[in-house]
Design a protein around this ligand. Structure first.
Ligand code: FES
Ligand code: FES
Length: 157
């Protein structure tokens, strides 16, 4: 048990937690941010994906102690005014059905776009390969990320 400090969506946060507590539970249960989802709990579905220091990571298998001093982003970071172009594109293309997978998918997509990724569909699909969508809305998700890349390139960001 110890106090762990990191930057969460631009603000410094502290949690009192065991070193082994998965970041997913620290986010949801200790910090009250519910966008990040539990899917498989075994690093196999991507529902819990967040961004740590610019890299998409599954948070169900990442101890909170491993992000001490790091910059962590969750899907809540996109819900700003004006909305992030990726969120605008996801809504415009209705890129989801039940929506359960989407928090993880948007974070994997954001990491891709933040790293300068463009609108090539095959490259986007590769970047999202670790994220499953049980509803099978992959085509609309890819449409949305392509659109987001074009919006960002066009100066919408
Ligand atoms: S819940 Fe973390 S990868 Fe599935
Ligand atoms: S929209 Fe339902 S799991 Fe992806």
């Amino acid at each position: 048990m110890g106090r762990i400090t990191f930057n969460l969506n631009g603000s410094k946060v502290e949690v009192d937690a065991s070193d082994e507590l998965p970041l997913l539970y620290a986010l949801r249960d200790e910090l009250g941010l519910k966008a990040t989802r539990f899917g498989c709990g075994d690093a196999a579905c991507g529902a819990c994906t967040v961004i740590v220091d610019g890299v998409a990571r599954t948070s169900c298998d990442l101890p909170v102690s491993a992000v001490a001093g790091c910059r962590v982003e969750t899907a809540e970071a996109l819900d700003v005014d004006p909305a992030h172009p990726l969120l605008e594109a996801m809504l415009a293309h209705q890129a989801g059905q039940c929506g359960y997978c989407l928090s993880g998918i948007v974070m994997a997509a954001k990491a891709y776009l933040d790293a300068g990724g463009g609108d090539d569909r095959a490259t986007i699909a590769q970047a999202l390969d670790a994220n499953l969508c049980r509803c099978g809305t992959h085509a609309r998700i890819l449409d949305a990320v392509e659109d987001a890349a074009r919006r960002i390139a066009g100066g919408a960001a």
